[in-house]
Design a protein around this ligand. Sequence first.
Ligand code: NAP
Ligand code: MG
Length: 400
Amino acid sequence: MAKIEMTTPLVEMDGDEMTRIIWQMIKDELISPHVDLKTEYYDLGLEHRNATDDQVTVDSAEATKRLGVAVKCATITPNAARMDEYDLKKMWKSPNGTIRAMLDGTVFRTPIVVKGIEPCVRNWTRPITIARHAYGDVYKNAEMVVPGPGTVELVYTAADGTETRELVHEFDGPGIAQGMHNLDSSIGSFARSCFEYALDTKQDVWFATKDTISKKYDHRFKDLFQEIYDAEYAERFEAEGIEYFYTLIDDAVARVMKADGGFIWACKNYDGDVMSDMVSSAFGSLAMMTSVLVSPQGVYEYEAAHGTVQRHYYKHLKGEETSTNSVATIFAWTGALRKRGELDGLSDLVAFADRLEKATLDTIEAGEMTGDLARITSLENPTALSTHGFILAIAERLRA
Ligand code: NAP
Ligand code: MG
């Protein structure tokens, strides 16, 4: 049978450890037999990042801006132990951080829902996508310990030297104080990324802050979202039959627990940090969670939400059998192939992405899965397969 043709290449960002092994298996067993795969390859494996002084990461982000769609393998973020292990010249920054900063993007995390892996919250029958703002607030704070009585103020000095002051507190004893900031430009990019992704996936957007208490800071987020929505998106949302909905964060949390899913929950930086861990563990497993970085210009980078699964990799190196879950990495590939197909008008490629996802889910629903899922599934008598065995089982269904 003739292979499915592509016109524009995907930006392929290879990575590290066990996910690098899985990456190759997915290409060899699941994609290449069916698709005449075109990619622009960037090796983001730690050795090559070190050899290129991390230029390869920058180049891959530039290529993503140029070509529009990337697929990324999990990568090591170096720490002290990795400095020795890989004999690094420098403690290179997190590639995800570098790419996110260059694309000015927002990360959307979505659980992969499959029969047999039941969410802890019974009514969550459809995925809840968390969109986390990735700039500012408490993550770029300035804080101090106040040793004793005195005054803490916020001082803004304008370019012409004029000062504006706001009293934080008159301390009559020791305490603590903190200043934080955000930028209209960053909040605007966040809002546009959320609205773009909502149109793309035909889902409602929920956004919540504590604007009743934070009347200037959080209120600014609320106002900017509303202004951008009204000016640029309201008509398009109406045409698609989707909604933008703002509420207070405590009301949002209560509603999320009662909802059945199928929407995007846009979160400020801290809320997103906390809520994404809650949502992902309630849905079952990080290995069943996809992640896509969307820029306000509509550039997409797909990846798995988990790391390089180091412990499994060391077993693999010792020649022991592993059972590493490849689902999130497979869905990173299908997400990227589908988006490429949509942008280039290639219905065959879109249909292939759908087929590969269905074959993956059908394999699990038939009771064939990796060890991490076999331990938590509600299906009876599941078969726990090896890393390669699971991919081969999907390949067989895909051919059928
Ligand atoms: P991890 O790779 O996500 O793995 C943590 C543990 O979760 C594993 O040891 C494994 O548990 C389980 N797990 C995660 N993914 C799995 C999968 N696909 N199948 C089966 N089990 C899975 O996190 P980590 O060990 O903290 O980090 C390892 C490296 O990944 C670090 O160098 C970190 O910098 C990097 N990292 C990269 C990214 C990224 O590129 N997006 C994200 C996070 C971390 P068991 O061992 O109990 O089986
Ligand atoms: Mg966190």
